[in-house]
Write a protein that binds this ligand. Structure first.
Ligand SMILES: Cc1cc2nc3c(=O)[nH]c(=O)nc-3n(C[C@H](O)[C@H](O)[C@H](O)COP(=O)(O)OP(=O)(O)OC[C@H]3O[C@@H](n4cnc5c(N)ncnc54)[C@H](O)[C@@H]3O)c2cc1C
Length: 381
């Protein structure tokens, strides 16, 4: 079997991401249904070494994300998102989980879980809970879990789930990495979404699942430790920026094919769109650099990444509006490339607490003093 492993010194994650993106784009329409899932593309991620790539280089992986400024990981996420936002969402969750295991796992846990990633297991990070309450670790009963996770991407397909759960009566959540069999405990019946239909973002009921001591990862509230928690938002922004490029390219191709491109209004919109696309890319690269560079105080890192995720959201909303205006009704008809790409992007731009992200960043900037141009420069030694 052609399983290229990242152990090869010449492993090229960008070439792998380009290859995955190309086939994922070709398959994405077929998976655009309520019970869709890009299973063949996830197999390609495994076959081309991308599931193992984020494993640290010192522990047998390619160390994707360990390069200066996480620049290669940012590009890989963008490329996969360009091919398919649903696949990009799944891959971002996998990368997040591997990074959390690297940061908080003890040696034998890391060895076991990294071997699982290299062996083709898809990981996910499931934190979102219903308003009425989420997952509880019931120590009296074994210990076992009680409750559900909602909006869990890859539900029924992720076979290593990193979840947050609270001990009864305690506030700070713990992290658990749980093995799941395909299809186990997953319910996709509520995932009737406008876009991102192939991301299998469902509800998973863990009630009655026994927990082993080695399932616990790190200590209480490590999951929310800053700046990694909020600062990690740069990764979903990277995936989104790929989706923005895909919408832009579908719009550009339509103008070229329809012969309407030379109209000055169309050209002006396309120029504005190109500014938005490049703005998103630049914000993502700088956010990745700041989030992983450890040169700023945690609050400042979080403020920058909060601004970056909102700048990328703005760029996405602008490109959607411009593309829809330029292409017109054709872009809303099923079968037109813009139609699904727009639905997927509009849906994936919805991320938690955008108002709070903006106002907490603004509060940090207000309190900072100094010159605006120095806000994101290295802290005084
Ligand atoms: C495709 C997809 C896949 C996902 N996969 C996963 C996954 O695998 N794992 C996971 O854990 N989660 C996942 N999620 C869920 C995700 O992490 C967020 O929970 C979700 O996107 C939140 O979106 P929202 O628009 O409901 O956010 P909200 O935070 O509810 O924001 C909606 C609006 O309400 C405002 N608002 C927020 N809080 C308040 C408040 N207290 N008072 C007043 N206004 C408020 C916001 O600023 C915003 O204007 C996924 C989401 C998507 C779209």
């Amino acid at each position: 079997m052609d399983r290229r492993t990242p152990l090869d010194l010449a492993y090229d994650a960008l070439a792998a991401a380009r290859a995955v993106a190309e086939t994922a784009a070709a398959r994405a329409d077929a998976e655009d249904r309520d019970d869709g899932f890009p299973a063949a593309d996830v197999s390609d991620l495994a076959r081309l070494g991308l599931l193992a790539a984020p494993v640290p280089a010192a522990e047998g992986g390619a160390g994707l994300g360990e390069e200066p400024g996480s620049s290669k990981l940012a590009q890989v996420l963008r490329l996969v998102g360009y091919g398919s936002l649903a696949l990009g969402r799944l891959y971002e969750g996998h990368v997040n989980a591997i990074q959390l295991v690297a940061r908080y796992g003890h040696a034998s846990q890391r060895a076991r879980l990294f071997a699982d990633a290299s062996g083709g297991h898809l990981f996910g990070v499931w934190n979102t809970e219903p308003p009425e309450g989420g997952l509880t670790l019931d120590e009296a009963a074994g210990p076992t879990l009680r409750g559900v996770k909602t909006f869990a991407s890859g539900a029924g397909f992720v076979t290593r789930a990193l979840v947050t759960a609270r001990r009864a009566g305690q506030g700070d959540p713990l992290m658990l990495v749980l093995p799941l069999a395909p299809g186990e405990r997953a319910d996709l019946s509520a995932w009737r979404a406008q876009g991102m239909r192939a991301s299998a973002t469902g509800t998973v009921d863990f009630t009655g699942l026994p927990v082993a001591g080695d399932d616990l990862l790190g200590g209480p509230d490590d999951y929310h430790r800053q700046p990694a928690f909020s600062g990690g938002a740069w990764r979903f922004a990277a995936v989104q920026s790929g989706g923005i490029e895909a919408v832009f390219d579908a719009w550009r191709a339509h103008l070229a094919a329809s012969g309407r491109g030379s109209d000055p209004h169309q050209l002006a919109r396309l120029g504005d769109g190109a500014i938005a696309v490049e703005s998103a890319r630049l914000w993502v690269m700088r956010a990745a650099e700041i989030a992983t560079g450890a040169t700023l105080e945690p609050e400042r890192v979080v403020a920058y990444v909060n601004l970056a995720r909102l700048a990328v959201e703005r760029a996405g909303l602008d490109v959607l509006q411009l593309a829809q205006r330029s292409v017109g009704l054709q872009g809303f008809l099923r079968g037109h490339p813009l139609e699904r790409l727009s639905r997927d992007l509009a849906t994936y731009l919805r991320q938690p607490a955008p108002d709070r992200a903006l106002t907490t960043a603004a509060s940090e900037i207000l309190a900072a003093g100094g010159r605006a141009g120095d806000l994101w420069e290295r802290s005084a030694e």
